[in-house]
Design a protein around this ligand. Sequence first.
Ligand code: CAA
Length: 686
Amino acid sequence: MTSGPITTQIHHDILVVTSNNPPVNALGLAVRRGLVAAIEEAEGNDAVKAVVIRCEGQTFFAGADVSEFGTPKAFEQMLPTVVDIIENCTKPVVAAIHGTALGGGLEVALASHYRVADKTAKFGVPEVKLGILPGAGGTQRLPRVAGVPLALEMATTGKMIGAKEASEAGLIDRIVEGDLLQHAVAMAEEVKDIRPLPKSSEKQDKVSGVDPSVFADFRKANARKFRGFDAPEANIQCIEAATAKPYAEGVQVERAKFMELMSGLQARAQQYFFFAERKAAKIDGIPEDTRPRTIAKVGVIGAGTMGGGISMNFLSAGIPVTIFEMNQEALDRGTGIMRKNYEATAAKGRMSADQVEQAMGLLTPTLDFAALADCDLIIEAVFEQMEIKKDIFTRLDATVKQGAILASNTSYLNIDEIAAVTKRPEDVVGLHFFSPANVMKLLEVVRGAKTAPDVLVTAMLLAKKIKKVAVVAGVCHGFIGNRMLMPRQVEATKLLLEGATPEQVDRVHVEFGMPMGPFQMADLAGVDIGWHRDPTRIENIRDALAAEGRWGQKKQAGFYDYDDKRRPSPSPRVQEIIDDFRAKSGVEKRDISDEEIVQRTLYTMVNEGAKILEEGMAQRASDIDVVWVYGYGWPVYRGGPMFWADSEGLQKIVDGLEAQESRMGSDFTFSKLLLDKAGNNEKFTR
Ligand code: CAA
């Protein structure tokens, strides 16, 4: 039989059902219909004794088809019914799993009576990342099969587990190597006469007698991580229901919570973001057949915090790195910190001692600039000063083999000006990593006026290899992320003069869902960053703090005072400094509302984002959102600044900015794009 992407074939007395729905065998309507037709075929044919469900291509079903959400297709032949039909098949069904069995895919597997998996297969219910829950019986079957603790962890974090862990938890019956289909058919032959059929929905042992404190403890332990999100709590409540109610009632709880989440703004934001992240990897205006360059060896200039962090990304991905420094002491210090970071990861059990040695074994520290000559990519990560960068790129041009990519990790400077000192500006690109570079997922790939298409393609592919999310940015001061940070910082600081406190401004940002506010961020990053270093030149509050050595957390004093454990408290001295500046500048103190803080700091960011778009410095609005979610911790349940602005309504943003325009003075000008879109009742994102 063939029904859309589903075909069936009879191997002796086993019906093999194959899905071929590239790229990831998402469970779209045609697949769901085909699966039902296949089960009907098995039921209707006496010669069939058992069924195997398998997939062609890179993976077993990777879940529901997210692009169908919100469309009429999502309401036809719905997945909960399909999985019930599979489980209720009167002949044994064996799921043959390879790749990633995710979400609805794992639910199909759980509804099957037996599960055989390739040893490299992975399992997960990532729905929480889409703002929802496994709504095809997953919250009820998973704890019954794998136990409550693992189900809670998987459902609330979206974490994938490997075949070994899945097998230990009872999630799969057999791990196999080699020809998966052959193994699955063999298993189907073995079990074809066994009755009653083992049904996940009927298993009770792992959900009976579970102490309710398990859930309370889990909530408490993860309160920080789940802050602001709706989906983790809904997942917990469903799993709780699995332990407290019969299966039939549990699935009703699941359905109700699924519908509630699905109709909410958080799910829309998170599903939008799923596609935004994938779209970011696509580069406009370059030929589709552009082939990447080979990057077998990377050079890094500078073994400071950034250089070290950047190097670790490549080492962890198995790519050798030559790291250059000016003197032995700095080189030793830098490589020592890298080792310590790896060892700390190993101590947490996230890598083995062998892996630490493997990674460090790929590192070649050097004081000899010529050692960079045969690298395929060289990333400069030195002090943020144009003259120094130009000097380095002149030397690189003279030293490094032709065809190598020359990259700068600058966070603000003009890549075109840097490229112009070389005879190969087409090989020059910005690779702006975020600190700590070995941890933060974002990479801004700065496209210079002359950057060659294959350099860009290489950068995007390499980003994926080192597990970064890359976004293409144009050449402008601060690119996408830091450029949008500037108006926020300017207005936040002015708000202090006008009567707000650092605590109030930060609280508004944290309540909004940011990990920290602008002043907490300044204290963490260092109040002295970008400071002119002249303690007698005090032109603003930040200068005054820096001149007094209030450099932030590292000095236990910044916008806040810090105790030995780096716990912050409001600083009377900072308030004095603010009062003093206010008196000098003649600004009148007034009560500042939280709403004004949002308008002056977040609406101005949206306005700057719109300018970035209208100048073509970002390819699309969703790229700006990816930068802010991955680079600065913008709450993904609000989609990113541009999606958030759309959901607030652009006219509301314009009205808010107009209300504040006189207070912002010459620091602020409207983006024409924002005004036009608001006027036409349009959105940045669709
Ligand atoms: N629906 C629709 N499209 C999907 C998809 C899905 N579930 N998963 C992946 N795709 C698309 C991607 O958008 C991408 O498309 P483009 O090539 O057009 O950009 C393509 O498939 C390849 O995806 P990736 O670039 O992510 O490929 P990868 O090899 O890096 O990763 C993957 C593969 C691990 C499966 C990853 O795509 C992934 O994690 N997918 C999401 C899985 C998921 O969230 N499943 C749960 C769905 S919700 C659900 O199932 C609800 C329910 O219970 C009813």
